[in-house]
Design a protein around this ligand. Sequence first.
Ligand SMILES: [Ca+2]
Ligand SMILES: [Ca+2]
Ligand SMILES: [Ca+2]
Length: 465
Amino acid sequence: MRQQRCGYNPTMDMVCHQEDGRSFFGPMPDSTFVDASGGWHDAGDQLKYLITGSYATGHLLMAHQLFPNRFEDKVNALGQPGGNGIPDVLDEAKWGLDWLLKLHPAPDQLIHQIADDRDHRGFKIPNQDNSDYGWGENSYRPAYFATGKPQGLGKYKSESTGMANIAGRSAAALALGARIWKEIDEAFSIQCLRAAKSLYALGRKYEGYQQGNSYGAPYRYNEETWNDDMEWAGAELYKATGESSYLTQAKDYALKSSNADSWTVRDSAAHYQLYPFINLGHFSLHEVVDQNFKKTLENFYQEGIEYTLKKAQTSPFEVGIPFIWCSNNLMTSLATQLILFEKMSGNTQYQPYLIAQRDWLFGKNPWGTSMFTGIPRHGDFPVYVHTAPYVKLGLEIPGGLVDGPIFRTIHSNLIGLTLERPDDYIGRQNPFIVYHDAVGDYSTNEPTMDGTAGSILMMTYFSRE
Ligand SMILES: [Ca+2]
Ligand SMILES: [Ca+2]
Ligand SMILES: [Ca+2]
């Protein structure tokens, strides 16, 4: 996560993208400067999305909430070596919270994306970004304001219908942050809570989803779910304020989200259509509802688990996910759902299934490789990863989760995919799903920021105090 930081990057000791950005679709004239610096680069490219940034921030905070004593303090707020008395997971989460606050500069304003696919001009060192959005290379980038309507500055438009997904998820992260920082920095806590409330109101006003924007290609984050995010926001705001209207509304969103928002009960989905890949709202709400409603929420998780388990029973590796793009993100999310179901219900019957999902990620798979860079230290893990810090600077990407194996039916239709090195896994590939440890395979070997963040709760569960 530190390696993906934008603004100041502690891994590269480098300042980048200080001119983020200039407004589009906002209430002010287009091209007005707004301060949207900070946040994280999304993956091998250097775009920044609230879609993934809000989830990453919320997931980090949830991991700390559940396992507060399992995190080290080795870096300061900027991510530089040397402790600062704050667990590093919270330093990283605050990097996210600070950015969320910037993206919501007024009650009716929400910036949801910085830059677009004009970014895709080969690998580049972050402070030498040669993409040009009309102000010259390595200069201003567009900052897109959410409008709840389809957007795009080029040929392609998103299919947005509202903004409750990103507003809700950001509100959830900020409300959770407000509770945690109450003990650390009360002024910051108050700031977070105020923003969470106004974001939640924005979500109520613009129910529906805001998707990612593309410019020159039709590829984007196609999120279509928002009841899950408003449920999470309502639950967290109830915990932060005690106001019962939040609880009532969260329960309403929970029933609408149910498993309608979950990939776990389906055999396929469009790219990020059902995002986040776990509904953390069900878990968050569980803590504050009566026994009957608790059972309902547990049943949602269990129904999804059972659906994947049926598929797993036909797999020699006992894995039950559909191998769409970013299958590893689905896998860590399923592991997280299994962990949270156990915490909610006390039911330990899925322990072996959880272990099988975990082991797939660490090497019990057809290729015999871990999916996390650098882990385990002396094992086979992704080395030739599709990301600039590795390609341009030779840096390791410690702990980065790559996209992972993908259906051959999808892989064989992808454009511009060539392997620059021999396949390590000849003889271990199979007709159904494919994985390559090669920079050229952007579909299986690109570390993603949100996938890495989404692994942290699982990692923490299996760690020791
Ligand atoms: Ca620290
Ligand atoms: Ca959603
Ligand atoms: Ca390898």
